[in-house]
Design a protein around this ligand. Structure first.
Ligand code: ADP
Length: 424
């Protein structure tokens, strides 16, 4: 039980103490015909004021810190009160037998109200019964065999009862905790999903607005009569660039939405992995040439293993994104793409000698919309969705994506996918 719950249990315990302890004062007339005034003193001048003090403290600020101590005080006061009434009873008054039930009520409170650990409840029980038996023998001088035998039976019976109650309540508490944990998790997930949705919408409207503003602004300029043909063609180039950017964003959003709603389907087909990767490389060769980069491709896979069964569309997206990023974030040196097989894993690595990524961002770059905040991201096109989609696609294909990177030296992204089937 956490401290907040202990505090609530303590308050419930004190209210019950007021009720039961208070009302049972009437019983004193019948059970303690000689000594009922002493019993009233114990009840109303000791136990109930102590309970009142505990209750009062429980409403003080930061009282949860004292909850365990207050519960202990309440239990000791309650049980000592009952024992005191038994001890002060005159021999022959029926309180000795009748007030045994009071002791048991207190022990039940340990178990069901204060939810003490089973071990503590049993210790409390044994102490109470021992004190009771000592009272019987040495103070009340009851050496009657029946009482002693009864005491033994009560002891064993109640120990068994306590143990069973403890196990049942532990099982119950465990189930309640489990249910509480599940509902707290569900609440947390719903809150996270909600805040992710809000930030997703905020990000996406920003991402869409930028190219749209470009298209609208430059279309107006193109429509003007008095602009030079040079300006017109550069404006058209900007419009073309912004339109492509818009298409990329819309495509990425569709991919993300499919992933989020679990609608991404695997469409497996056999393909020659060397030809497939080679085709993607050739689409980027002009980009690499324009940046004066060495663009290398090495496929080290035996001929008989070249045909693999995979989802071509997803693999194309992954490789396109990794190669595009490598070329985007590299100004000098080279970009190398390799494919090879490690055990039963089809492996691709894309290595560049570009700007690299700081260690602290290596996890973040796989989160939607994350872009390392450097001047570069304003120079190159991107929306921060590519790597997060790559990661989801790798997982859907049963594989992994990893990155090793050193700022100023370059990065290496490695994708490993299981070889689903191989033609021998
Ligand atoms: P983006 O569309 O911005 O490229 P990605 O999700 O593909 O989105 O990448 C997220 C960010 O990770 C990039 O904006 C960039 O800051 C960083 N990044 C990715 N690949 C590289 C790389 N090869 N070298 C340096 N930084 C990279």
């Amino acid at each position: 039980m956490n401290r907040e719950d202990s505090l609530k249990a303590l308050r419930l315990g004190t209210y019950l103490a007021f009720l039961i302890y208070g009302i049972f004062g009437i019983l004193d007339f019948f059970m303690l015909p000689v000594n009922y005034r002493t019993a009233w003193f114990i009840r109303y001048a000791f136990v109930l004021p102590t309970s009142g003090i505990c209750l009062g403290i429980s409403y003080l600020p930061k009282a949860e810190r004292f909850a365990p101590a207050l519960i202990t005080a309440l239990l000791i006061a309650g049980q000592t009160g009952i024992l005191a009434m038994i001890i002060t009873a005159s021999p022959g008054e029926p309180a000795f037998l009748g007030y045994y039930s009071g002791l048991i009520l207190m022990i039940l409170a340990c178990e069901f109200i204060f939810r003490l650990p089973l071990k503590l409840t049993i210790i409390f029980f044994i102490l109470s019964i021992t004190a009771y038996t000592i009272t019987a023998i040495f103070i009340q001088n009851i050496l009657d065999e029946d009482v002693i035998a009864n005491g033994g039976r009560w002891l064993i019976g109640n120990l068994f009862f306590m143990f069973s109650a403890g196990v049942i309540s532990m099982m119950g508490t465990d189930r309640i905790h489990k249910e509480k944990r599940i509902s707290e998790n569900a609440k947390l997930q719903a809150e996270q999903a909600n805040s992710m949705k809000s930030s997703f919408l905020a990000n996406i409207s920003h991402e869409i607005r930028t190219p749209l503003n470009g298209i609208i602004g430059y279309s107006k300029l193109v429509a003007e009569d008095n602009i030079s043909s040079n300006n017109r063609s550069s404006y058209l180039e900007i419009i073309n660039y912004s339109s492509n950017q818009l298409i990329e964003i819309v495509d990425s959003i569709l991919h993300m939405a499919e992933i989020e709603t679990g609608q991404t389907e695997l469409q497996l087909q056999e393909l020659n992995i060397e030809e497939f990767t080679g085709d993607i490389i050739s689409e980027f060769s002009l980009f690499a040439e324009n940046k004066n980069l060495d663009f290398l491709f090495n496929c080290n896979i035996a001929k008989k293993q070249l045909i693999v069964k995979t989802d071509a569309q997803k693999l194309r997206f992954i490789l396109n994104n990794l190669i595009n990023n490598a070329l985007k974030f590299t100004d000098n040196g080279s970009v190398t793409v390799k494919c090879f097989i490690v055990a039963t894993l089809l492996t691709f690595s894309v290595t560049d000698s570009g700007i690299g990524i700081e260690n602290k961002f290596l996890d973040d770059i796989f989160k939607p919309f994350f872009q390392v905040n450097s001047g570069w991201n304003s120079r190159v096109r991107g929306n921060g969705l590519g790597l997060s989609i790559c990661k989801s696609y790798c997982e859907i294909l049963g594989g992994t994506i990893k990155v090793v990177s050193y700022p100023g030296k370059g990065s290496e992204f490695t994708v490993q996918l299981p070889l689903l089937t191989r033609r021998n």
